[in-house]
Every structure is written in C-alpha cells, then in structure tokens.
Write a protein that binds this ligand. Structure first.
Ligand code: PMP
Length: 371
C-alpha cells in the first residue's frame, strides 16, 4: 500500500475496513461476447414495456416518483392474488433482500444477558450476497452444507436458528425445493422468519406465495430482472404478511423514500400487463435449457437438474477453470466460482437457441481437441 493509500484509508470506518463486498459477474465493454455469465434474460422486455418507455411522458421526470409504488404494487398484488398491503417494492431484489436482512435479522442480542442468541442460517452454497449482507449489518450467521448431490440439508435447516435464508430455486445449482419442505421449515418455529428468494422461480419452481395464507413467518422475494427481462431497470419486490411489509417500509423510509424511479414503475406495470410475452419467453428458455442439458450430457458433462434460467455443469476430465478460459477465448462468457466444493463447476445462463448452439459447438471442439 502506498503512503497515499494508507493516508486516505485512515478516514474509512471500521466497518468499511472489515467488508468483503460481493463481486458481480463481468459486464464486458471492450468486446462482444455471448453472455452466459449473469443469468440475464436473452430476450428483450415485453413489447408492452418497450411501448411504455417510448410513450413515457418525459416531463413527469421533474417530479419525484410515487414513494409507495402504488401502481406497481397493485399490478403485483393482482398477479399474485394477494392484498396491496402484502406487497413491497424496491430497487432490484438485492435491495429488498438487504432491507429484509436489516428488518428481521438484527435482534440477535439478548438485552438481558447482552449475549448473542441464535444465528441465522443459509446453505454453504447459495447466492453469495447473503453473507455480504449479514456482515454489513452485523448479523451473526452460520452456513449449513448442502448434501453431496447439492440438495438442501433439511434436517440441519430445521435446527433452531434466528432465521433461514433460502434461494428457491437455489443459485448457482438451479435445484428447486418442494413447497412441502418450506412448509415444514416454517411450521417448525413460527417465531423464526424464512426468507425465500425466488429470483428464478418462473423457470420451473413453485412459489411460496401459496403458503402465505398459512404462515406469517415467510417472506417471498422476487425480481423482474430475470423472467421479465428487466435487469437494467432494477425492480424487485417482497410479498408477505402486512406486518413484515410494514417493517420493510420502516427501513426504506429511514434510508431513501424513492427507491423505484418513475420510469421503472411504468415498466413494471407494463411488464405485468403483457403476460403473453412473459409466458412465451420463459417457456422458450426452459425448452432451450432441456435441449442444452441433453447436448452437454452427450459430451460427457454432468448437469444438475435445473428449475432456473441457468445450468450448473461439470466434466470429470476437464478443469472448470480451463474450460472457462477456453470458452472466453471463443467469445463465450460463463461464470466460474473459485469456491470450495464448486471450483470445478461452471454456471451457464440459458441464452437464445443460437447462443446455446455456439456454446455447444465450442465445447464440442474443446473436448475433441484435448482427447
Ligand atoms: N437473488 C438471487 C439468487 C440472484 O441470483 C440475484 C441476481 N444476481 C438476485 C437475487 C438479485 O437480482 P436483482 O437485484 O437483479 O433483482
């Protein structure tokens, strides 16, 4: 570290020194890649969304957006068959997740004894933002190892804890958990919140929104980034008991009243109004996923059963790090996590059919080359 850096960093808070921030997948600007690395939707947003953007009354931008996101929440409540006061919207589901960590998992110090009570839990292999939020908000956590086949370790999740965070389908494995399993986790301790991150649920999972009439200790978080092709608009939402939603509103209104801008709110409403596009594209992605899986299996890859818009693959004879580099050289970006247990796997987002054809052709050549 230079003298300058040392000097400048003396102004950092203790918290900033201690952080290990999340590293998002690469967004290359210098070269055109087939991008299969950040689980974006390969199809454009719905025609109705494009029209809403083109006809957006730009003069409205001089005004602040609706802080309550009423029109967006109404569209979401109608779509999911829940009441308006069960819906919270935010700037991408990452933000909603961060607010949920703050709202529900920060009461771990027993005021009487000043001792830490139970920690929150999540699997060892899951969305890598969870430990980042936990550390940011000083929330003690422990991880429970996924089984060898990467399924959820239900028995260890059942054990007492201060809260459970699950991605369903899980990332980066793509494996979905059945609703009955979430039901039994929620029923085991009704004083414990289960945060169910359903970023990928529209590609084959079952939504825990169906459990909300039974449980007020489940909060479901979804996004318009994946199945609605709106990653660049940053729209996420939570659905749960009105008391949970109220807690999220209290956090938001202590931080930034206007998390969702006016154009994003307009797009969200238009996305839900154009259900046909949503159905067509998500089914297309699932069909491409199954076709890609079969082609990879015939090249000798193991592919975990995915209910998401990505697959998690490995090959016994090839190192994932080498495959990653060779694919990159061929103009195809995938995601490689240098993390114990999964360092020899690659996560591959499902692109268009031509994208996946190019990917399969590249792997066919790579695997033929190194025989
Ligand atoms: N949850 C999971 C499991 C994800 O993979 C992602 C995407 N990185 C998100 C949440 C966040 O998505 P967004 O903030 O775009 O809504």
């Amino acid at each position: 570290m230079s003298d300058y850096d040392r000097d400048a960093r003396r102004l950092w808070s203790r918290k900033v020194h201690g952080l290990t921030p999340y590293v998002p997948g690469e967004q290359p600007r210098d070269r055109v890649f087939i991008k299969l690395n950040t689980n974006e939707n390969p199809y454009p947003p719905a025609p109705g969304v494009i029209e809403a953007i083109q006809t957006f009354p730009v003069e409205r931008l001089k005004l602040y957006p609706d802080p309550t996101g009423l029109a967006t929440r109404t569209a979401l409540a109608d779509y999911h068959g829940v009441a308006l006061d069960q819906v919270f919207v935010g700037n991408g589901s990452d933000e909603v997740l961060a607010m949920a960590f703050q709202a529900f998992f920060n009461h771990h110090i027993d005021p009487a004894t000043a001792k830490e009570t139970e920690k929150i839990v999540f699997p060892d292999i899951t969305y890598s933002f969870y430990p980042v939020y936990a550390r940011l908000y000083d929330i003690p956590y422990r991880t429970v190892p996924l089984a060898d086949d990467f399924t959820m370790p239900l028995a260890s999740l059942q054990a007492p804890s201060a809260g459970i965070v699950l991605a369903n389908p899980n990332a980066p494995t793509g494996i979905a958990l059945a609703l009955d399993d979430i039901r039994s986790l929620a029923a085991a301790d009704r004083d414990r919140l289960i945060l169910v991150d359903e970023a990928y649920v529209d590609f084959g999972g079952e939504s825990a929104v169906a459990l909300l009439p039974e449980f007020d200790n489940i909060l479901v978080i979804q996004t318009l980034s994946k199945s609605r092709s709106l990653a660049g608009m940053r729209i996420g939402f939570a659905i749960g008991d009105p008391h949970l939603i109220h807690a999220l509103e209290r956090i938001r209104d202590s931080f930034n009243s206007y998390t969702l801008d006016s154009l994003a709110q307009t797009c969200a409403v238009a996305a839900f109004a154009d259900g046909h596009w949503f159905e067509t594209t998500r089914i297309r992605i699932m069909t491409t996923r199954e076709r890609t899986t079969k082609a990879l299996e015939s090249l000798g890859f193991s592919v975990l059963p995915s209910a998401a818009n990505f697959i998690f693959i490995r090959h016994d004879r090839y190192q994932a790090a080498d495959l990653y580099t060779r694919l990159r050289d061929a103009g195809i970006l995938v995601r490689h996590f240098k993390q114990p247990r999964i360092e020899n796997s690659l996560r591959v987002s499902i692109g268009t059919d031509p994208d996946m054809d190019a990917f399969i052709t590249a792997l066919t050549e790579i695997t033929a080359d190194s025989q």
